[in-house]
Design a protein around this ligand. Structure first.
Ligand code: OGA
Ligand code: MN
Length: 271
């Protein structure tokens, strides 16, 4: 069956035109992995699949963790009745990457809309390989040396700016992670590692650190590095979580918006 790739913007995002059987067969899984690494996001339109097929497609691309969701499907919703961790998921409205506190950040994820919001709810992705590549040589050599402390607590201030002492203590129980600002991948390529879990740059004055993290987030999310996905029912979207950041555009909590997500486990340690 046919398998056609169309680039959606010059620097990020490709649409693949194919059919369910071809995807399930896994015969293009290597091509898809390669497109993901270089284009950050892969979109399939009019791909009418069910949960089992979503998980089966994910398994042609990588490994599914056994601790997320039911049968490999995790429900993304801001409605507490659907996801008890809906408050935590409000963090998905900020630029982030998934599993940044893990030793092996997630390789990627598959996302499929079950119900859309009438307003908002698009998902944006930024290519952090491209953002790194376009830095000057001087910036690259400065940033290559820097380390950033990531914490769950830092990401929560975006969701609840005035946390109580008890809440701060609770989030501080999640271990911090000391990460390179520039992820040197096993492939030899480099990407910027940013997002809502960034707390501070090690050995830098706190004001300078905050300014640098904001500057690099601004830099990495310039229009030329960003793909905004306008969802339609029947879409299947896959992203490479190791070379992109993403966020949802705000949507009403009671909009009913529901996404089914399947995670691909990380394969590369981040030390
Ligand atoms: C996620 C996520 C964004 C969205 O599933 O990890 O951040 O648009 N989702 O729901
Ligand atoms: Mn996410």
């Amino acid at each position: 069956m046919s398998f056609t790739v169309i680039n959606l913007t010059p620097r990020i995002g490709s649409e693949i035109k194919t059919d369910v059987q071809t995807l399930l067969s896994g015969k293009h899984s290597r091509d898809i992995r390669e497109i993901l690494e270089h284009r950050g996001v892969v979109v399939f339109r009019n791909m009418p699949i069910n949960d089992e097929q979503q998980v089966a497609i994910a398994k042609t691309l990588g490994t599914i963790p056994d601790n997320e969701g039911e049968g490999g499907i995790y429900k993304i919703s801001l409605d507490k009745g659907i996801n008890a961790r809906a408050d935590y998921l409000k963090g998905s409205l900020m630029w982030h990457s998934d599993g940044s506190l893990q030793k092996y950040p997630n390789l990627g994820a598959l996302l499929r809309p079950m119900k859309l919001s009438e307003v908002g709810g698009q998902t944006e992705f930024a290519n952090t390989y491209a953002a790194y590549d376009d830095l000057s040589d001087a910036e690259k050599s400065d940033y290559d040396k820097l380390r950033v402390i990531h914490s769950a607590e830092a990401s929560q201030y975006y969701v609840r700016p005035e946390m109580s002492y008890a809440e701060v203590q609770q989030w501080q129980q999640v271990p911090n992670k000391n990460c390179p600002l520039v992820w040197q991948h096993q492939s030899g390529r480099k990407s910027l590692l940013l997002g809502a879990t960034c707390d501070y740059v090690v050995d830098m004055k706190i004001e300078e650190s905050r300014a640098l993290l904001a500057k690099l987030r601004d830099w990495s999310t310039q229009p030329q590095y960003v793909y905004r996905h306008e969802w339609q029912l029947g879409d299947l979207l896959i992203w490479d979580n190791t070379g992109t950041m993403h966020r949802a555009i705000p949507y009403p909590e009671d909009s009913g918006r529901l996404m089914h997500r399947t995670i691909l486990e990380g394969e590369e340690p981040l030390n």
